[in-house]
Design a protein around this ligand. Structure first.
Ligand code: FES
Length: 137
């Protein structure tokens, strides 16, 4: 998702999902969605205090991106090593695909997530993740 304009940001509803300091640097934390059948939201933290919110589902075969390796502004999926751009949710070429992203803000050390992320609006239903063995056809 593109960054919202200031006016859009003012009109949005934001949820406090915790302190930046509680997110592991170069790691992620998962927020469960209330509505069943939707993939969870993964909040990633890069080096420093940059955070991103992505659907916790690899565009390849549904691997849990929150368990991948964060480096720079990307995460490597733990199943087959696709690299996903954290800002856009787009797979790095030659791979193709996109995972949903949501706006986040950091204010006073707190992470504010666009409320729409947890409502499930616009999200595709969850698909079963490939097992960690990566043997999923
Ligand atoms: S690379 Fe993520 S599921 Fe295959």
């Amino acid at each position: 998702m593109r960054n919202p304009t200031k006016d859009q940001e003012m009109a949005m509803e934001w949820l406090d999902v915790g302190a930046v300091a509680d997110l592991p640097e170069l790691g992620a934390r998962v927020i469960k969605r209330a509505r069943p059948g939707l993939a969870d939201v993964a909040i990633f933290r890069t080096q420093g205090e940059t955070v991103y919110a992505l659907e916790d589902r690899c565009p390849h075969k549904g691997g849990p991106l929150s368990q991948g390796i964060v480096f720079g502004e990307r995460v490597a999926c733990p199943l087959h090593n696709w690299q996903i751009e954290l800002a856009s949710g787009t797979a790095v070429a030659p791979d193709e695909g996109t995972v949903k992203t949501w706006p986040l803000r950091v204010e006073g050390g707190r992470v504010l997530l666009a409320a729409e992320a947890l409502s499930g609006e616009g999200a595709a239903p969850a698909v079963p993740a490939c097992p960690m063995s990566g043997n999923c056809g």
